[in-house]
Design a protein around this ligand. Structure first.
Ligand SMILES: [Fe+2]
Ligand SMILES: [Fe+2]
Length: 490
């Protein structure tokens, strides 16, 4: 189970996934059902219901696909050229002093990373249902795409592992309250992955849309880097989804290779179109960014702290005639409390936060309230206090190439592949030279299980472990490596 699904399951223990009658549209429920109980008939029913509902909505929408699938290659190249030109114009604008387009500061950037986590933590899931058809040459390109999403079993390249690491590295892996809309793309991806037998053209169409290079990806990667946040995950997708040989190219080939020779090719392409339109359902990256409001985010954080520790302060200090406990005793006063802190000089907005006494109370190991706020929460508070000061202390764009995040980005390419987390055990020793122990005994169990199975069942067992909920675990990574090797056999 991925870090993010662990988060999701913790926060929804009371939800039942056994009721197949659950009305469609509840994206989070579908999302969790397909990660926790993918084989249950009730979960598949939920997936089908969600897809039928969203495809019915998509049927009435517009799209920009060409009339004929044979024109897709030209369409992809035109889209890339348009986005690259727009990105160049963005960079020119930045050089001549335009502000960042997406992120006002690190808090907004980290909020974005957390808000799209439900989608990123199931990256590639829509292709999962193709794995049992690995002998069919029409699906080789898409299965290769799935394996690349999984890093061919190398944790340093598995997209879900990379995203989990990104969240953890910036203190963003604690649960964030997200709306159902935030789960819709992830739920659609999982639903397509688990109902491929009923939605193959839609899956191929969805993949076509998802694998195009969007402008927002390039701008996000640039601005994350500028803010000192590792852009590797986003930058990786700029390169891996490329139109000449990458996922975008394979996506187009898949449409053409699967056009029926016998039967209704037009009906097939209509279904591809509807699947393509699913990319626009729910809340996309730019909408997530637009909806961020720093002040409301801070009030939300403080309200949750108030509920957890409203009466633990001493009554020694009074602010605007009230003790801290009095300020925190009832909901709805926090906006006034912040204003009171500002008025009495505890917070000096639009200056370096180091000048604010309140900031000194919460930040640093010697601070009286050290550990009360998570790194993400501190960043929100920091950016709110800093306000205009931060806006005027933009990093020098000439220095961006030498920023710490750029150095981190480059180091991803310098590092040798990470040691495999589990390995094959031969004569009591693993292939990494480490004797079997409690950290790698899962390897032994899995390897002996595989050794006992006939070839076809062995492939099926590997596919089970490459499911969206498992492929980022040690066993899933091991299974992926075995499966990749299997495909290379003549
Ligand atoms: Fe990916
Ligand atoms: Fe991709």
């Amino acid at each position: 189970m991925t870090t993010f699904t662990a988060i999701a399951s913790e926060s929804s223990a009371a939800t039942s996934f056994t009721d197949a009658q659950t009305p469609p549209g509840q994206a989070r429920q579908v999302y969790e059902a397909l990660l926790q109980r993918p084989d249950a008939a009730a979960s598949r029913d939920l997936a089908n219901a969600l897809l039928e509902q969203q495809l019915a909505i998509a049927a009435d929408q517009q799209d920009d696909l060409p009339e004929q699938p044979q024109a897709l290659a030209e369409w992809i190249n035109a889209g890339v050229a348009r986005n690259v030109e727009a990105y160049q114009a963005y960079l020119e604008g930045r050089k001549t002093g335009a502000p960042r387009r997406y992120f006002s500061g690190r808090a907004q950037a980290l909020h974005f990373i957390r808000s799209v986590a439900p989608t990123k933590c199931v990256d590639g899931a829509w292709l999962y249902g193709l794995l049992p058809h690995y002998r069919d040459v029409r699906f080789h390109g898409l299965i290769r795409t799935y394996l690349e999403e999984l890093g061919d079993g190398d944790p340093a390249l598995n997209h879900v592992v990379l995203y989990q690491k990104l969240l953890a590295r910036y203190g963003c892996d604690d649960p964030l309250a997200l709306s159902d809309e935030h789960y819709l793309q992830g739920a659609l991806q999982l639903s397509l992955g688990y109902t491929a037998e009923q939605h193959l053209p839609e899956l191929i169409g969805y993949n076509l849309g998802y694998e195009q290079l969007p402008l927002h990806l390039m701008i996000s990667a640039f601005e994350l880097n500028e803010l000192g946040i590792d852009p590797y995950y986003f930058q990786l997708h700029v390169t891996i989804d490329n139109a000449s040989t990458g996922h975008a190219h394979k996506a187009m080939q898949a449409v053409l290779q699967n056009l029926p020779v016998v039967g209704d090719a037009e009906a097939f392409y209509r279904r591809v179109r509807r699947g393509y339109r699913l990319n626009d359902q729910g809340i996309g990256s730019t909408e997530v960014i637009k909806r961020f409001d720093l002040h409301s985010e801070l009030l939300g954080i403080l309200e949750r702290k108030r509920q957890a520790a409203g009466q633990v302060h001493s009554d020694y200090c009074r602010i605007e005639g009230r003790t801290v406990n009095e300020w925190l005793s009832v909901p709805g006063q926090l906006d006034d409390f912040l204003q009171a802190l500002e008025k009495r000089g505890w917070i000096q907005r639009h200056r370096d936060p180091q000048h604010s006494r309140f900031w000194q109370l919460v930040q640093g190991e010697q601070a009286a309230m050290f550990g009360v706020f998570s790194p993400y929460e501190l960043q929100v508070l920091h950016d709110w206090i800093a306000g205009g000061w931060q806006a005027h202390s933009q990093p020098d764009l000439q220095l961006v190439g030498r920023s710490p995040a750029r150095a981190i980005f480059r180091s991803h390419f310098r590092q040798p592949p990470a040691a495999t987390p589990i390995s094959v055990v031969v004569n009591g020793m693993s292939d990494t030279g480490v004797p079997p122990n409690d950290f790698n005994d899962e390897c032994q169990a899995l390897q002996s299980e595989l050794d006992r199975l006939p070839v076809d069942l062995r492939a099926q067992r590997l596919i089970d472990l490459m499911a969206p909920a498992h492929h980022a675990t040690p066993a899933g990574l091991y299974a992926t490596r075995q499966f990749s090797a299997l495909l290379q056999q003549p």
